[in-house]
Write a protein that binds this ligand. Sequence first.
Ligand SMILES: [Zn+2]
Ligand SMILES: [Zn+2]
Length: 244
Amino acid sequence: MNFAKYSMKWLSDLIFPAKCVGCGEFPGGKFRGYLCGRCMASIKIKNSFECIGCKKSVPLGKTCYFCRDGNSIDQLLVAADYKDFKVEALLKAIKYRFIKDLILPAFILVKKYLKHFNLKKEADLFQGRPLVVPIPLHRARYNWRGFNQSEILAGLLADNFQMHTRSDIIVRIKKSKPQAEIEDREERMKNVESFFCVLRPEAVRGRTVLLVDDICTTGATLNEAAKVLKASGAKKVVGLVVAR
Ligand SMILES: [Zn+2]
Ligand SMILES: [Zn+2]
């Protein structure tokens, strides 16, 4: 976060004290006042699993037979439902209001979910010591926000579950042709998209990678990252998100 933006945020925090993103009250205390204990406790953890491609219910979130061809993610784990307005408000406040203090409650949801998930013995996620990799932001976006919420989530996850995390494995690069050079509109649209590039293939070769992000919508981002990781030799790629 640059200085001007930091000062603006500091000033607005001073004028408008933190309110709970869920109920709009001034609770004080928890998560610096941005989320009250009651709202936090009322967020339900998911206990069903869905395929990343067709969203149909599948055992343990494993990508279904029909979606395996077009989806590089092998398994998808989703901690909470984005349709819960408190979850949506929480994640939006991190992303667009730069409220870093809300990453902790987002992580707590993931932690609760994983503890519940791990009770099912056959789904032991931590078998084979997966490498925790956050979905990177494009550098320009990182400089604008000042932090990557997925990277912080990945760090908390690795600390809490004794796993190894690295944020230097993949980078996000913008397709760089100057827009004016492209005549076709559809091509122009494609040109502004970013793509992933693996910087450390030796670190993922033969390993299970746990890809961490805040939100999964269509699954395109996770799949794109999983695709390049697998091309670099990753054995299995599991997507883990706070909400979908
Ligand atoms: Zn509240
Ligand atoms: Zn499917």
